[in-house]
Design a protein around this ligand. Structure first.
Ligand SMILES: [Zn+2]
Length: 504
């Protein structure tokens, strides 16, 4: 089994904000879970550097665009590491390997007869990097997303004959009802296609920043035509001497936010068909993580610096909040305060205290040793293992965490109900106390493995504190998998109290 996951490549005309952290962190959870289940994975992220805005800002600052892009790419490259996201490659669209591949790809579309020359006249929003129809503008003629006046552009362009792909795209959607998830996004994309497709410009004239077209070097590739191709180009040069297209195409899964649905779910598969490639396997379109009911976005001047949250609470806590605060796939709102609430109430109390209590009781009542005995089953971990795997395959990252957290709470209820501190008072209860302590050790071991994709650091600490072997193989989510352990002492708090009240 092979699994290739991509985040969108992010515009470098701003610094990373929580919206980017959102997609990258969720992607990492999905990939880690696939790895736990023994799949061969590849996780790609990166930056989109050929935006008009990059060129303009560089000019304003008196820099070469490449020099400007090199500087601003630094915090983007750091973002996955800060989130503890294990990406396999960080692509930059100014990479030589990418540029070479884009030229080849566009030439294949051209050779296939799908590209023609025409004059384009219309409104262009530099913020969106897209032409705007009258319906996409406000009554005052402003871009609805940016509330800025678009520029009137009239120039010779090369157009991709998207209209010729309407029937093939509809056939693709009908053959593959899971091509786009969730279902309501599939319907949105399909009805857009069924409503009739217009050819779109794939080049820009008079702009030196970008990838020159192989058949007309006076034009550069339109930034979206350039950017989308990254999902394929990266596979050709990410590993020296290897062509990963043989391994990871077309088993590609693209994560994207809903504002770029058409580019990904309509234009991209058509471009692939034109260039002679298979469409990707699946696209998952997620909503926005809203903060105080507003989209967290640079252009609205409402930025949360995700790295600040990580500095205060740690990457595990921010990942946990990202997965749990809003049901992945839908829009939802969350506040910065809710990071603290979840840190204290759920991570600290539900999970952290469970580990502290368990290890403290083992140290106190059994001198640090827990023998493997037949456990009770307050949680059916076989069922949980199947449930979580199925949900992760459906990109239900939030639902998978919810059912896992229910198990954390059931284990807490088990401790309360069995009251080992009472059992310890009478040696007649020895066998029962052994069973309760092993059940807790075993449950926490299974939970550490089940939570690994969300809490990579804490899950490793739990196994260590319980003196269980390292490793997060998915089969370890089961009842009775924990081994006899010696030398357990009371664990350090997993999520120590943080006195800082505000982070913003
Ligand atoms: Zn715009």
């Amino acid at each position: 089994m092979r699994f290739y996951l991509t985040t969108p490549i992010y515009y470098v005309n701003s610094t990373p904000h929580i919206g980017h952290a959102y997609t990258t962190a969720i992607g990492d959870m999905i990939v880690r879970n696939r790895q736990q289940r023994g799949q061969e994975t590849f996780f790609l992220t990166g930056v989109d550097e050929h935006a008009t805005k990059v060129y303009r800002v560089a000019q304003e600052q008196g820099l070469e665009p490449q020099e400007y892009a090199d500087r601003i790419a630094v915090p983007w490259r750091e973002l996955p590491k800060r989130l503890d996201a294990e990406t396999d490659f960080f692509i930059r669209t100014s990479d030589e390997g990418h540029k070479r591949f884009v030229r080849d790809f566009l030439q294949r579309m051209y050779d296939n007869g799908d590209v023609y020359e025409d004059v384009y006249a219309g409104w262009y929003c530099v913020g969106c990097e897209a032409f705007k129809t009258d319906e996409e503008l406000t009554e005052d003629g402003l871009c609805k997303d940016h509330l800025t006046k678009p520029e009137w552009i009239e120039e010779k362009n090369y157009f991709f004959r998207l209209s010729a792909y309407q029937d093939r795209l509809l056939a693709l959607y009908d053959e593959r009802p899971q091509f786009v998830l969730p279902g309501f996004r599939y319907n949105e994309a399909r009805s857009f296609i069924a409503g009739g497709l217009q050819d779109f410009s794939i080049s820009r004239a008079g702009q030196p920043w970008g990838i020159p077209l192989p058949w007309d070097e006076s034009q550069v590739a339109y930034v979206w035509a350039d950017a989308l191709i990254n999902y394929l180009s990266a596979l050709t040069y990410a590993r020296e001497g290897e062509d990963l297209r043989d391994v990871f195409w077309p088993v590609a899964h693209h994560l994207l936010a809903k504002d770029i649905l058409r580019f990904h779910c309509v234009f991209w598969p058509a471009m692939l068909l034109s260039a002679g490639y298979e469409p990707p396997q699946q696209l998952f379109v997620h909503g926005y993580l809203l903060l105080d009911d507003r989209k967290i976005s640079k252009s609205l001047g409402n930025v949360i610096e995700p790295l600040e949250l990580i500095d205060v609470y740690g990457s595990d806590a921010v990942r946990f909040w990202i997965a749990r605060a809003v049901s992945f796939g839908h829009d939802g709102s969350a506040s910065v305060d809710s990071v603290r609430e979840r840190y204290e109430n759920e991570l600290g109390n539900d999970l952290g205290n469970l580990l502290s209590r368990t290890t403290a009781m083992v140290a106190r009542y059994r001198d640090g040793t827990v023998k493997r005995v037949e456990p009770d089953a307050p949680v059916d971990f076989d069922a949980l293992r199947e449930d979580v795997a199925g949900r992760m395959d459906d990109f239900d990252v939030t639902g998978a965490l919810d059912v896992t957290w229910d198990a954390v709470r059931r284990l807490n209820q088990y401790v309360t109900a069995e009251a080992p501190w009472q059992l310890a008072k009478d040696e007649a209860n020895d066998a029962k106390l052994d069973r309760v302590l092993y059940t807790l050790l075993d449950g926490l071991t299974a939970l550490a493995v089940a939570l690994h994709a969300y809490l990579p650091q804490s899950s490793a600490k739990i196994l260590e504190a319980l003196r269980q072997p390292a490793g997060f193989e998915w089969e370890r989510v089961r009842n009775g998998g924990a081994v006899t352990a010696e030398g357990i002492g009371q664990a350090e708090p997993l999520f120590p109290r943080i006195e800082l009240a505000a982070t913003a």
